[in-house]
Design a protein around this ligand. Structure first.
Ligand SMILES: [Zn+2]
Length: 263
């Protein structure tokens, strides 16, 4: 699932193709907006907010999209064929570029002043201009009984962290994902680490949290179940936590991150 860094880069790619240019085509292939037409309007800017994308258009309109599990925005020179079949949910094009939203998890068109109805619930965005580490820590600590693993994935606490950054952040913090937030002294330090990792990767096509982009060395724990911890040599554990099926996976090192289940 795309996390904050991928969505941030997607916003920049969309922005380079669309911002400042007048739309000559807008094709909403979702029933709710089948008749919406943005042609003739200039795109003002595209920004990311956690895992959400906001494309602001002249006339107080915002196109809100979310990649969810497997969505993407494919950008190509204007006039190229868009991907066939029913995978395209939205096409926005100007005379130079076209952007096809493929398998998007959400497509909305709202008044820009109403964006808060879609993204107002989100916590501070580590890649946003309004990042506030103290506020992120306050939100993470709201429910002291919640595990830090669940709290980190809750977009109301911190916007943009998914299963990869959750696992890597907690490894670097030396904190078991299973520890209740109320038992953790330095929640702010964890929020700051998550931000540091996302920030370090926001401009890179190849994600690495270890500083080593080689496959198998690029992550401390994520995707490394059963392999040796790069720091201590113990076997990396894999488990499931949380309610949403696609977001359950958690990887951690029982030795470097003590305090979780022992079995
Ligand atoms: Zn270890």
């Amino acid at each position: 699932m795309p996390e904050g860094d991928v969505v941030y880069r997607t916003a920049r790619r969309l922005g380079r193709a669309l911002d400042g240019r007048v739309l000559v085509r807008s094709d909403f292939r979702v029933p709710r907006y089948a008749t919406a037409d943005l042609t003739g309007r200039r795109v003002l800017e595209t920004v990311s907010r956690g895992k959400h994308l906001l494309t602001r258009v002249e006339g107080d309109l915002t196109v809100h999209t979310h990649l969810r599990m497997e969505g993407s925005w494919q950008i190509s020179p204007a006039g190229r064929r868009v991907p066939p079949g029913d995978v395209v949910r939205l096409v926005l094009a100007n005379t130079e570029w076209q952007a096809a939203g493929v398998r998007l998890g959400m497509v909305d068109l709202v008044a820009t002043a109403e964006e808060h109805r879609l993204v107002g619930h989100l916590g501070p965005d580590p890649l946003g201009p309004d990042w506030d580490v103290a506020e992120a820590a306050r939100r993470l600590a709201r429910d002291p009984r919640a595990t830090i693993g669940e709290a980190l994935l809750d977009q109301r606490n911190l916007a943009g962290v998914g299963t990869v950054y959750r696992a890597e952040t907690l490894f670097l913090a030396g904190v078991s994902p299973w520890r209740p937030v109320g038992e953790i002294e330095d929640v702010e330090g964890i929020a700051a680490l998550a931000r540091r990792l996302l920030h370090a990767n926001r401009d890179r096509a190849t994600r690495a949290t270890t500083g080593d982009p080689r496959p198998g060395r690029d992550m401390w724990v994520y995707g490394r179940a059963g392999r040796s911890c790069l720091r201590c040599g113990h076997r990396i554990s894999r488990g499931e936590m949380g309610a949403q099926p696609q977001e359950r996976l958690i990887f951690w090192c029982r030795h470097c991150q003590p305090g979780g289940p022992t079995g």
